[in-house]
Design a protein around this ligand. Structure first.
Ligand SMILES: [Ca+2]
Length: 173
């Protein structure tokens, strides 16, 4: 299993405050997980990503995929909190959108772990599991934090229940 590090640099407290004041988009009435076609349709503090509202904050991990399969996003915080469908909160982070839990069709799907107010500094690991293995297909995970966005990274998971991706690592500092 491959593993690589992405060093996120230039994140400081001053920038944190700036981002917090500029990410209050939305203003609509659609909650995270509801379909959208633009940021303005989503409730304050959330954005429209890949056709669904997702919570936004100082740090956000957003999974996107399109095949009919229950892909799951996993995030491990620097303090060892494992945030995923069975444990949806930890260290200020929340899994606020979990799709294709029992069934879904081919189309846009997202899953989102967001740290709304603050996020512990240090290394975050994240990976994706094809939980039910119904279909093989590609995914991307976009990481966005404090005015900085890491280009979406991903790979293709096989149609195998429990198949997991590489573990991706970022340092948030
Ligand atoms: Ca899922």
């Amino acid at each position: 299993m491959g593993e690589f590090a992405i060093r996120v640099i230039g994140l400081g407290l001053g920038v944190l405050a700036l981002a917090a004041s500029t990410s209050d988009g939305g203003g609509g009435d659609k909650m995270p997980g509801e379909a959208c076609s633009g940021d303005e349709e989503c409730v304050e503090g959330s954005i429209c990503f890949n056709e669904f509202c997702v919570g936004d904050g100082v740090l956000r991990f957003t999974l996107a995929w399109s095949v009919d399969s229950d892909f799951d996003l996993h995030v491990m915080t620097p303090r060892g909190s494992h945030i995923y469908w069975q444990s949806t909160t930890g260290d200020g982070g929340t899994l606020d959108v979990d799709q294709c839990v029992s069934n879904c069709s081919a189309g846009s799907h997202v899953e989102n772990v967001v740290f709304t107010e603050s996020a512990p500094l240090g290394q975050y690991q994240y990976w994706v599991e094809n939980f039910n293995g119904r279909s093989a297909g590609p995914f991307t995970v976009s990481v966005s934090g404090v005015g900085l966005t890491i280009p979406p990274l991903g790979e293709t998971l096989p149609a195998t229940s429990g198949a997991v991706s590489a573990t991706y690592v970022i340092e948030y500092r």
